[in-house]
Design a protein around this ligand. Structure first.
Ligand code: SF4
Length: 634
């Protein structure tokens, strides 16, 4: 089967200590060609309804995209899927780095993990040889130590290690997975699911070349050459290489949508202290990359001053700079870099960790929690030392950290009163650092995403707002029209539905959000060319959109089965209130128009606007009518 994959899945039953190989055929791959499509299919079909996230029966699926490991920029992503301990919904998180491509080179498309080991174990995979090994000596150790130890005992300095730190071991509900210490499946608490299975790490090494798995290697090799050159010529990819995502801080602040003090405000008075120029001067030591990616948007930092920050764990991304910075009222970049290092050492999602801390700070300012609850920590906005203390308490589940490790929604329910209003979350997952009051389509994505608030659900509105922009022109083959960033309307709903399908398809084929148009420099027809060359399938852009749409329908079906409804597809009340400062002072998401546009989005998706259930007709069009039968039974 030369379609960009071997179609081989490794089944791991940790309760029995058993490994099994499963072979998927091309007909299966035509419908579910990897990544979130493959993983969503398996979760929906195989997880017994209402299985609790920490039950050994929960299934953790790690799945490569169709193009993951292809030798061109941004073809690096793999997906982690399970029932989420944070939301109890469909849990999903993508990561780049090196682990996914290495798994592909080892000849595996996915690993499906069930059960719970009696004692900590890790998995070693070298090409087609897989074994479960004792990890008792690794439990409690930091990722850098654990990785070195695994490499030493396997006698392979370059084996790629995916693992959890103490956040996952302690079942922090937003614990992450890390590979190569610098790349993260941050969202949805996939690290906690892995911890609940007593699985410390998965080490992988492979020797198969991606191009040997494909029908037609030449166009893919050529694409690699073209894109490597284009990275430096295209303004969006060049900006990513030059500044990385931290470059967004200044522009979002100027636009009035830099989340500040728990989304209370949209601009930060000391933004210069945390913007790119300061970052470059104070923190930056190198630019790094994922597998075969010429964009090199990853930052590396080190500090030896007010704080000691190691360069082993990567540098803070935009989300982390804003989350631990302005959104906590903090203007100390070194403290932000330290918080990032701690999260990465403990394998905590930086978005959820920073958000639960800004939530706690607002509760403290309003007297909902006091020094008694915090153990004497002064939690006013702006207190960098307190913020760093909380990161550690959360990872260790000590003191107030034990409550905050449950996530903002659960913490707010226990604190009571106005705390619910301060919990910036959807379905239990904390908001990323993009304010929908300035780009309402991002709000639709937060509300509708099956995994809870996520900023990578669809391209952000400004990318398709200006008809003369390079990003808008690059999205034209998808069928979008130019719509202002804050407009809520039928045409916004249509744009959103298209862009959501496109982003979902990226997660199926394994491309990073920063690769394809409109976000960046890979054209729509080039994605089509790559899929065609890998598989030999005569697909077009519409087919690729359908691949993405199918995956989303599977995720939606999972949530419906678990009792989710339209009521959960909403935004925190604060976003319907006006921003207090900045360029958009006084601007809110208009609630009635938002609800109306959501209704239009469901219609475009072929879902019942009242229940959000996909109609049988739409499922038939997507060749997954069996889902309608399952939903009727449920
Ligand atoms: S664009 Fe950045 S995050 Fe995406 S694959 Fe390349 S280096 Fe990794």
């Amino acid at each position: 089967m030369r379609i960009g994959t071997t179609g081989k899945i490794l089944r791991v039953d940790l309760t029995r200590g058993a490994l099994r190989v499963e072979q998927l055929d091309e007909a299966f791959y035509r419908l579910y060609p990897g990544g979130r499509a493959l993983a969503a299919y398996l979760l929906l079909r195989e997880l017994p309804p209402h299985t609790e996230p920490f039950d050994p029966e929960n299934i953790l699926i790690l799945a490569n995209g169709l193009l993951t490991g292809a030798p061109f920029s941004t073809a690096t992503r793999f997906t982690a899927v399970a029932r989420s301990p944070l939301t109890r919904a469909f849990g999903e998180s993508e990561a780049g780095g090196y682990w996914g491509p290495e798994l592909k080179m080892a000849g595996w498309e996915a690993i499906v993990i069930t059960g719970r080991a009696e004692q900590p174990v890790y998995l070693s995979i070298r090409d087609d040889r897989a074994e479960i090994r004792d990890a008792r000596h690794l439990w409690g150790r930091e990722p850098a130590e654990a990785q070195a130890s695994i490499r030493e005992e396997l006698g392979d300095k370059l084996i790629r290690v995916l693992q959890i730190g103490i956040g996952g071991e302690n079942l922090v509900r937003f614990a992450a997975l890390t590979n190569e210490l610098r790349h993260f499946n941050g969202r949805s608490g996939m690290g906690a699911v892995m911890g609940s299975k007593n699985l410390k790490a998965i080490a992988v090494r492979g020797t198969t070349r991606y191009l040997d798995l494909t029908q037609n290697p030449q166009p893919i090799a050529e694409l690699g050459r073209v894109l490597a050159k284009r990275v430096r010529e295209h303004p969006q990819s060049w900006d990513l290489q030059d500044k990385g995502t931290p470059g967004l801080v200044g522009s979002l602040n100027a636009s009035g949508i830099l989340p500040t003090r728990n989304f209370h405000q949209g601009a930060f008075e000391n933004v210069d202290k945390v913007s790119w120029d300061a970052y470059e001067k104070e923190l930056l030591t190198a630019r790094r990359s994922c597998y075969a990616c010429a964009v090199r948007c990853k930052r590396e930092v080190a500090v030896n001053d007010r704080y000691q920050v190691s360069d082993a764990y990567g540098g803070p991304e935009y989300e982390t700079v804003d989350g631990f910075g302005p959104n906590c009222g903090i203007d100390d970049l070194q403290a932000i870099a330290k918080a990032n290092e701690l999260c990465n050492r403990f394998t905590l999602d930086t978005i959820s960790t920073s958000s639960v801390i800004s939530f706690a700070m607002e509760c403290f300012e309003h007297g909902l929690i006091g020094l008694k609850e915090t153990g004497g920590i002064d939690l006013h906005f702006g207190n960098a030392a307190a913020m760093l203390q909380l990161v550690e308490l959360i990872a260790r589940r000590q003191g107030i950290g034990d409550l905050l490790a449950e996530g903002t929604r659960r913490a707010a329910e226990r604190i009571g009163g106005d705390a619910r209003y301060f919990a910036m979350q959807v379905k239990g997952q904390e908001l990323p650092m993009h304010d929908p009051r300035g780009k309402v389509g991002v709000g639709i994505g937060y509300a509708i995403n099956e995994a809870g608030a996520d900023h990578l659900t669809a391209a952000h509105d400004p990318m398709v707002a200006n008809p003369d922009s390079i990003s808008f022109k690059s999205a034209l083959p998808l069928g979008v029209e130019a719509v202002p960033a804050r407009e809520l309307s039928s045409r916004k709903a249509r744009n959103y539905a298209i862009l959501e399908n496109w982003n979902s398809a990226e997660k199926v084929v394994g491309l990073c959000f920063f690769g394809p148009a409109p976000r960046s420099f890979i054209q729509v027809d080039e994605v089509v060319t790559a899929v065609r060359a890998a598989t030999g399938w005569e697909v077009n852009a519409r087919d690729i959109l359908r691949i993405g749409e199918r995956a989303t329908n599977l995720a939606r079906a999972f949530n419906l089965r678990e009792g989710f409804s339209r009521a959960e597809d909403t935004l925190p009340e604060r976003l319907f209130q006006p921003l207090e400062n900045g360029a958009l002072q006084g601007v809110a998401v208009p609630k009635a128009e938002f609800d109306q546009t959501m209704t239009e989005v469901y219609r475009h998706k072929g879902w019942d606007p009242e229940t959000t259930a996909p109609t049988r007709a739409r499922l038939r069009e997507l060749d997954i009518e069996w889902v309608a039968d399952w939903l009727e039974q449920a």
